[in-house]
Each structure stands twice: as structure tokens, then as C-alpha cells.
Design a protein around this ligand. Structure first.
Ligand SMILES: Nc1ncnc2c1ncn2[C@@H]1O[C@H](COP(=O)(O)OP(=O)(O)OP(=O)(O)O)[C@@H](O)[C@H]1O
Ligand SMILES: Nc1ccn([C@@H]2O[C@H](COP(=O)(O)O)[C@@H](O)[C@H]2O)c(=O)n1
Length: 340
């Protein structure tokens, strides 16, 4: 964002505080602003109080293949919340760096990678027409919503899941400059109006889905999963979970999932387990935003649970908490009325 654009934004903000009628105008102009590539909008600048959308926030963290994203997507669909896949953004930056042959250990290259993290257009579009989970359990599990990842207008959903990306992510996710850029964007996605990277898409994805999404009820909350959601991205989340599972069980589940891909039919369990453990070690040991359980998070071990059971546990707690905060709000407004 250049100084001219920053000035323009500040002028708008001053104008708004003077004239509340312009609120709507600014909000709509910000949605289109935020969708332009090459704009490095800092979340604290974007998230002035008038931009804040007060959503119920559920943060889910945990090690690789513990069941975070499966659970988060289903919880979000059941509660009609927005889902944000934070790992997809690190995967996208990694893909972009690999395509341009950039090495995160080179000082020159890392600046280019940080620039990609700051300025590229990344859109996460979660649609409800999902895929079956890899677990063949009885009764059959629900379809898991899928997140399409659009990078500068290109659909890279499948490509970012390739093992080459997963293997190269560590050097990029542990870089402070990359994280700073991604953290601002992720907070803005969860907290700010006009920063969902969705409406301006000209990718021609499922028309019916697009219509359903645009007509759907306004989202009341957000579920975000990753490694630092409860500790760094959304430290004030209404509910935080740390999902774990026995490493062997995680590896078995991931193996089942990967074996569906033709090129990976011969993959060995030992290879998958070693990859998971290596990634966990790197995520836990990195200096910046390491993987760790937030003090106020609830531990959920999915080793012996079905997908449905783990989803139900989170939904139950979320509904209880939402009901409580609704009651508190109506109690407060009753008190206010009594005073009047
Ligand atoms: N309770 C469960 N029983 C059986 N399979 C499960 C269960 N929970 C999740 N899975 C399966 O385990 C695999 C890994 O789950 P998922 O992708 O949700 O993990 P994740 O924590 O998001 O992983 P990553 O951090 O690597 O993105 C998926 O194939 C999913 O269908
Ligand atoms: N909040 C996050 C999310 C992810 N990462 C890094 O990206 C890797 C891939 O994440 P997936 O959830 O898609 O498997 C992960 O291993 C982390 O290195 C992160 O640092 N912070």
C-alpha cells in the first residue's frame, strides 16, 4: 500500500467519525480495496473498530493429521460459521517460492518470499459440496466441506497438498517476516469486514454454490485451524481447542488419505509417520509462534473418537458458550431497561 493510499484511507476514517452515514460507503469501498493484489493492508489499520465484525471465534490447533481441519470444517458447516484454513496460506507461499526457485535460507530470496506473503492475492473458498473422509467407519461419516485455494486467480487446491510442498514448508513457516505478513492477513480475515477474499473472485467455480453462499444467512462466527491460532492469531477466541491423537493413529489416517492418490499407492506407513514427526518437531521447536497449547485451550484426544463424536463435542461446548453469552447480553440489556 503506498503512502497516497494510506492517506486516502485515513481521510476516509476521519470522515466517518464525523459522519456516521458514510459508514456503509466506506465498508463497501474497503471490500474492493482489500481484494486488490499488491496491497499490504496491515490488520491493525484495517481493523479499526468500525470494520470489526464481532464473530464468535473458535480456534483449533494441534499437531499434523490430528483431525483439526476435518473437525473445523464440519463444525463450521453445522454452525453456519466461516472456516479459515490457515495452513493453506503457508502452503500457498511455499508453492509460489518453489515455482520461482526461491530458497528461504538465502537473504535475497527470503525478501522475495516475504513480498509474496505480503502482496499476493490468496482466496480461500469453502464450499459445502465436500468429499467423504478417508475413514471407513460405520455409520458412514458426513461429507467434509472442501476449501478451494485460489492464488492470483489460479486454482491451486490440489497442488499445495503435494508432499513436495509439505516437505518444504518448514523453512518458510519459521521465517519471522513471512509469519508477520501472514498473521496480519489471517487476523484481518477473521476480524474484518471486507477481507474475506471471496466476493471479488472472478474464478468461475460452482455457480450454484456461489449463489448459495451469497444468499446464505450472514455468518455468526468463525472457525480457524492451524498451529498458532489460540496463542497468536486469535488470543481472545471464545473457545480454543488443542486436538491431538496418538502418532501411529495419525499416520494410519494420513496414509489412508494419501493412498487415494494414484501416485502414492506404494507409500509406506513408516514414511508417513517419519514425515509427521519431523513436521511436528519443527513446528514445536521453531522460535516464532511455535505449536503449543494455549493456557485456556481444551485438550481433545481424537485417538478413540469417530469424526462425528469429535465434532459433536465441540458443537456442544460452542452452543453452551454461545447461549451463555446471549444470556449475559440479554441480562445486561434487561438491567439497562430497568434503569430507564
Ligand atoms: N476421528 C477420526 N477417525 C478416523 N479418521 C479421522 C478422524 N479424524 C480425522 N480423521 C482423518 O484423519 C486424516 C487427517 O485429518 P485432518 O486432515 O483433519 O488433520 P489435520 O490435523 O487438519 O492435518 P494437517 O495439520 O496435516 O493439515 C483425514 O484423512 C481425516 O479424514
Ligand atoms: N497456523 C499455522 C498453520 C500452518 N503452519 C505451517 O504450515 C504447515 C502446513 O499446515 P497444514 O495445517 O496445512 O498441514 C504446518 O506444518 C506448519 O508448518 C503454521 O506454521 N501455522
Amino acid at each position: 500500500m503506498n503512502s497516497l493510499q494510506i492517506n486516502k484511507l485515513f481521510k476516509c476514517l476521519i470522515h466517518i467519525s464525523e459522519n456516521s452515514n458514510s459508514k456503509k460507503r466506506l465498508l463497501s469501498s474497503t471490500s474492493s480495496l482489500s481484494l486488490q493484489p499488491n496491497l499490504n493492508l496491515n490488520s491493525s489499520l484495517l481493523c479499526q473498530p468500525i470494520f470489526k465484525r464481532n464473530l464468535f471465534q473458535i480456534a483449533i490447533d494441534g499437531p499434523a493429521a490430528s483431525g483439526k481441519s476435518t473437525t473445523a470444517r464440519l463444525v463450521a458447516r453445522k454452525l453456519n460459521f466461516e472456516y479459515i484454513d490457515s495452513g493453506a496460506m503457508y502452503r500457498t507461499i511455499t508453492l509460489a517460492a518453489l515455482r520461482e526457485n526461491l530458497n528461504p535460507t538465502s537473504l535475497v530470496d527470503i525478501h522475495k518470499i516475504i513480498n509474496i506473503a505480503r502482496t499476493s492475492k490468496i482466496q480461500l473458498i469453502t464450499t459445502n459440496n465436500g468429499t467423504p473422509p478417508s475413514a471407513h467407519t460405520s455409520p458412514p461419516q458426513p461429507l467434509v466441506p472442501k476449501t478451494r485455494v485460489i492464488f492470483n486467480e489460479e486454482d491451486i487446491t490440489e497442488e499445495i497438498m503435494l508432499p513436495e510442498i509439505t516437505r518444504n514448508i518448514m523453512g518458510i513457516a519459521s521465517n519471522p517476516g513471512v509469519r508477520e505478513a501472514i498473521v496480519s492477513r489471517q487476523r484481518a480475515m477473521a476480524e474484518c469486514n471486507g477481507y474475506n477474499g471471496y466476493n471479488g473472485s472472478n474464478i468461475n467455480y460452482d455457480k450454484e454454490e456461489k449463489e448459495k453462499n451469497s444468499n446464505s444467512k450472514r455468518k455468526q462466527g468463525v472457525v480457524m485451524d492451524g498451529r498458532d491460532i489460540g496463542t497468536v492469531i486469535l488470543p481472545n477466541a471464545n473457545l480454543k481447542f488443542f486436538i491431538i491423537a496418538d502418532p501411529k493413529i495419525r499416520a494410519e489416517r494420513r496414509l489412508k488419505e494419501l493412498k487415494r492418490i494414484k501416485e502414492m499407492e506404494n507409500l509406506e506407513m513408516s514414511e508417513v509417520l517419519a514425515d509427521l514427526l519431523k513436521r511436528d518437531k519443527s513446528d514445536i521447536e521453531r522460535k516464532i509462534s511455535p505449536l503449543k497449547m494455549a493456557d485456556d485451550a481444551i485438550l481433545l484426544d481424537t485417538s478413540g473418537l469417530s469424526i462425528e463424536e469429535q465434532v459433536e463435542r465441540i458443537i456442544k461446548l460452542a452452543l453452551e458458550k454461545m447461549r451463555k453469552s446471549d444470556n449475559m447480553r440479554s441480562d445486561n440489556s434487561d438491567k439497562h431497561l430497568e434503569k430507564l
